[in-house]
Write a protein that binds this ligand. Structure first.
Ligand code: FES
Length: 153
């Protein structure tokens, strides 16, 4: 097992910040056209030193282990960032201490990046109500109502 896989394994032992956030200020959802996986991210902002920063972030994933591990790391990494700072984070940035995303896993990190971007810019794509669960949405949605948002490198 290489270093990246080993760190993903460690992150999966106790993923951080999983689940819906009832009092979220923003929520973003994205689907990967490559594998069909989906991710939703919730953000809660607070005021700190006169700036609006991310206080908490959480996620729900219908996806692979790498996406879950990156989301877990990312939700911790986002704390204290302004929306503008968060907007500039790449999939690789969001992977943090997990290390360099292997080529086959880049889209897994981009799933997290996409959910974050959708939360930060909800005009980009329709945003579901925060109280809905991702799993519930997937199972109850008509196939034509699920929008797959292409992610760019
Ligand atoms: Fe789909 Fe990783 S394989 S997000």
């Amino acid at each position: 097992m290489d270093d990246f896989e080993s760190k993903v394994g460690d992150a999966l032992v106790a993923p951080q910040n999983q689940g819906e956030m009832a009092d979220a200020d923003a929520v973003g959802t994205v689907g990967s056209p490559e594998c069909g996986d989906m991710m939703r991210m919730w953000l809660k902002f607070t005021e700190k030193d006169g700036k609006k920063v991310i206080d908490r972030a959480s996620f729900q994933a219908f996806g692979c282990q790498t996406a879950i591990a990156v989301a877990s790391v990312a939700t911790k990494l986002l704390q204290g960032k302004t929306a503008e700072e968060a907007r500039h984070l790449s999939a690789q940035d969001l992977a943090g201490d997990l290390g360099t995303l292997p080529p086959m896993k880049i889209h897994c990190g981009q799933l997290v990046e996409g959910a974050l971007r959708n939360a930060l810019d909800p005009t980009d794509a329709p945003t579901p109500k925060p109280q809905n669960s991702l799993i519930g949405d997937i199972h109850s949605a008509k196939p034509q109502s699920i929008r797959i948002v292409p992610l760019t490198n």
